[in-house]
Ligand binder design. Structure first.
Ligand code: ZN
Length: 382
């Protein structure tokens, strides 16, 4: 879901959409204009069907956004960071960073999404009924009725108890509350979700042979999607749990080699860079004070002319912009805090001294090591 187009900010939350959404937009507008509306309100001009169809597709996305904003706003109220909202093929996704503070908080953050869809469905239904009694244009009444049905379907579909749907998360928070452990809660909910996914695949196959081919394939496809999502959810959970038990000091590259900021890029690449195996070098000024950080990758990207003319300082990231951590902090907590800034490295300070650097490859290395150890002694980490 990475190639995202930014739409803007609303309530301080970044909203974007994925290219796959354009397919859905066209499909929704086309379905409305060519079959739903002509079937429900016949005898109107083709242009009217298309205008109302396009408006319907836009309102459909507003409804998806209402669902996601309910999640995002509830999460922010419970102290979680919201990375943004992305609309894509299967609806919307709110990027919530970190984990909810309690099972109750998770149930609330999750439950408000389907609830918002239900409320929108109720409002759309009321509009359709009021429109019909007031003698509003037939197309608008039909559009409101269609939106009521769609939002009801959205709420019901999202309550299917399988990850990554809201139903799966609600079940996870219930098991978390029962067992006292979020990890166990997710694991139990994933187990239920797998059964649900397999049942959907089975149902899809039956439908394929005795009923409609299209809906059979569609149900089986969603089942397959939920089955693979269950595995991904579990893997992400294990990674988070593992990283949380590791202190920053175990993952960081240490000791750190700092280099003078006034060295020319060309000279540095010819000498110092080939002596060490580091990918990141902090820079110091004449006074010994740290001023910035260069990544080998950024130096190698510079043109030959720039390498000859520039000093390391010219290509450095200022020290004040670098994310920092303490050696005794949990690696998992640090990663949740810095997010994608890990790509630029995290500097580890103890008593004001730079004692290490954490890069994504350091994290990958410790993760592989710990998971290999855990699989040899499964009981020790359960
Ligand atoms: Zn939801």
């Amino acid at each position: 879901m990475t190639p995202t187009i930014r739409l803007g900010r609303l309530f301080g939350i970044e909203v974007g959409f994925n290219w796959s959404l354009i397919v859905i937009f066209v499909l929704v507008a086309w379905t409305l204009a060519s079959s739903v509306l002509p079937g429900a309100a016949p005898g109107q001009p083709v242009l009217a069907y298309w205008l109302v169809g396009l408006a319907g597709a836009v309102v459909f996305f507003v409804c998806l956004l209402a669902h996601e904003f309910a999640h995002a706003i509830a999460a922010r109220r419970r102290g979680m960071k919201v990375g943004g909202i992305t609309l894509w093929l299967f609806g919307g996704v709110s990027q919530l960073e970190g984990e909810p503070p309690s099972p109750g908080a998770e149930a609330l953050i999750t439950g408000v999404g389907p609830l918002a869809s239900l409320v929108v469905a109720g409002v759309a239904y009321a509009v359709a009924v009021a429109g019909a009694t007031a003698g509003a244009p037939a197309l608008l009444i039909q559009l409101a009725g269609w939106l009521a049905f769609l939002n009801l379907a959205l709420a019901v579909f999202n309550l299917v108890p399988a990850f990554p749907l809201d139903g799966g998360r609600l079940l996870g928070s219930f098991f978390w509350w029962r067992t006292g452990s979020r990890q166990r809660g997710v694991r139990d909910a994933v187990r239920v979700g797998r059964v649900v996914a397999l049942l959907m695949i089975g149902l899809g196959l039956v439908e394929l042979f005795v009923g409609s081919i299209v809906s059979g394939i569609w149900i089986a496809f969603i089942g397959w999607f939920l089955l693979s999502a269950a595995g991904a959810e579990l893997a992400a959970m294990e990674v988070r749990t593992t990283l949380r038990s590791v202190p920053v000091s175990a993952a960081m590259s240490s000791p750190v080699v700092t280099v003078p900021e006034w060295i020319r890029v060309e000279d540095f690449l010819a000498s110092a860079a080939s002596q060490h195996h580091f990918t990141t070098y902090p820079l110091h000024a004449l006074s010994g004070e740290l001023t910035g950080v260069v990544r080998l990758r950024d130096l190698l990207r510079a043109s030959a002319a720039d390498r000859a003319a520039m000093t390391l300082r010219d290509l450095a990231r200022p020290i004040a912009e670098m994310p920092r951590a303490h050696p005794e902090e949990s690696l998992g907590v640090v990663i949740e805090r810095v997010g994608s800034a890990l790509e630029n490295r995290v500097l580890v300070f103890a008593d004001g001294n730079l004692v290490g650097i954490v890069s994504p490859s350091d994290v990958a290395r410790i993760l592989t090591l710990r998971q290999a150890l855990a699989s040899r002694h499964p009981r020790a980490v359960a």
